[in-house]
Design a protein around this ligand. Sequence first.
Ligand code: AHG
Ligand code: MN
Ligand code: MN
Length: 334
Amino acid sequence: MSNLITLNEFIMDRQADFTNATGELSRILNDIAVASKMVSRDVRKAGLVDHILGAHGATNVQGEEQQKLDVVADEQFIKAFRNGGEVCGIASEENDDFVAFESETAKNAKYVVLFDPLDGSSNIDVNVSIGTIFSIYKRTSAQGTLATEEDMLQVGTDQIAAGYVLYGSSTMLVYTTGKGVNGFTLDPSIGEFCLSHPNMKMPETGRMYAMNEGNIDICNPGIKKYTQYCQSFENDKGAPYSGRYIGSLVADFHRNMIKGGIYIYPDTTTSPEGKLRLLYECNPLAFIAEQAGGLASTGKERILDIKPTRLHQRVPLFIGSKQMVEKALSLLEY
Ligand code: AHG
Ligand code: MN
Ligand code: MN
């Protein structure tokens, strides 16, 4: 027998970390794992469905209308949360409004989940890594009632758990419940996520910076100074860093988690609030980054301290290795 630890076993072992744990959070994490395996399966055959099995995206071989993969993923996760019974409502990047589940079981549930079902979806068509990001909170409204918008608009420091799934060269699930970060790789031969990256720590510094440099002249001039620093022989490493930009936040973030690096998506003159969404992208990754020893800021304030005012609120994001984020922030001009 190997000493393989499956995600399920790991979640059950860790349940004891929480006083008064009744298993609901564990079951939500399990629902996420199951839904993400289904999404992973769909992602893996994306090219087949679009280009081989189906004609021009109209109908597939079963005669069902083909849907965009981000809608498929959205429905898969919503179904998992609706059927799971531990979640009273959800908010998703793909839906204009939040959804309050109406069953009695759901009304009595304690948690809400906020998620980006497919992050980096412009990369689907070109076979580049994409992901799912999620964030779990305890509701603030009374149990026994419908979930409210206030349940969704909680400050990031109140997250109970957060994580992401990366559909990359392998499928990985990484999550935190505020006691460190652990990563699991899907073994497709047994259909299980197995602990592959215990107690993940983001290196304090690294040699990779990620930003869409097409925006360099329409953002804070301090960012150009930072990229010039990255490219210079006079920087802390004495040699230019490498630029790496996948264009899937999850994938760029995951690389930086492992190798050390910074990811920047600033506010620009054309997107004055930035592009990334606080509730579905920035908060969950900020929680993970901090748990792994990294930092996440808007440039002006800690991401996790922002009190959200709108479901789809966007914020600028500087996230990654502590020393690199600190250096970038020190050059910003306000
Ligand atoms: P989504 O696919 O969920 O809309 O998110 C896309 C995000 C993020 O994943 C990525 O880093 C960024 O948009 C890329 O934006 P640019 O193409 O503007 O660089
Ligand atoms: Mn996204
Ligand atoms: Mn998305």
